[in-house]
Unconditional design. Structure first.
Length: 169
């Protein structure tokens, strides 16, 4: 199976926050942002494996800054690591200033997708090759996040989490 560079999985979308996307405070509904992130992350995961992908988990979401009505929002998703049949996808969310055009990161999330065949069974995905400092950092962190998730789900013993133990020993 051919490996892919993380940069080949980049998916970008830009949205305008409309009135039906907002809550009574005129901020973007968190659920609407989650849906946008899920969509763009699935495109990124698909670009990596060229197969049907399904959302397995939403591992982390940080709503660091409210997004106001009429904001221009750009979501950038990129696979941070591929495992046997799953892929971790990192999503960065930016808001664009109307006057200056300057972008500010306001939110981020980490989703996990699984590649599936026509019967819904999991299938192998290609290896991911990180190149930039950020890609390498996210790639290395992905194994720790996966091990923590497996421990919390009762699928891995803490003593077997080699990457997590290395942080503390």
């Amino acid at each position: 199976m051919i490996s892919h560079k993380a940069s080949e999985t980049l998916a970008i979308t830009t949205k305008l926050v409309l009135p039906n996307d907002t809550n009574p405070h005129n901020n973007l509904f968190g659920g609407q942002l989650l849906a946008w992130m899920d969509m763009i992350a699935s495109v990124s995961a698909h670009r990596h494996c060229h197969r049907v992908v399904v959302t397995a988990s939403v591992n982390n979401v940080s709503f660091n800054k409210a997004i106001k009505h009429s904001s221009i929002v750009t979501l950038e998703a990129k696979v941070s690591r591929a495992f046997s049949s799953s892929m971790e996808v990192f999503i960065d969310v930016f808001v664009e200033d109307f006057v200056t055009g300057k972008r500010e990161k306001c939110n981020e999330a980490i989703y996990t997708f699984v590649a599936v065949d026509q019967n819904g069974g999991t299938i192998m995905v290609p290896e991911l090759v990180p190149e930039t400092e950020e890609e390498i950092e996210r790639f290395n962190g992905a194994l720790r996040r996966k091990q923590l998730s497996l421990i919390l789900a009762g699928k891995m013993k803490p003593a077997d989490a080699t990457e997590l133990k290395a942080l503390f020993l």
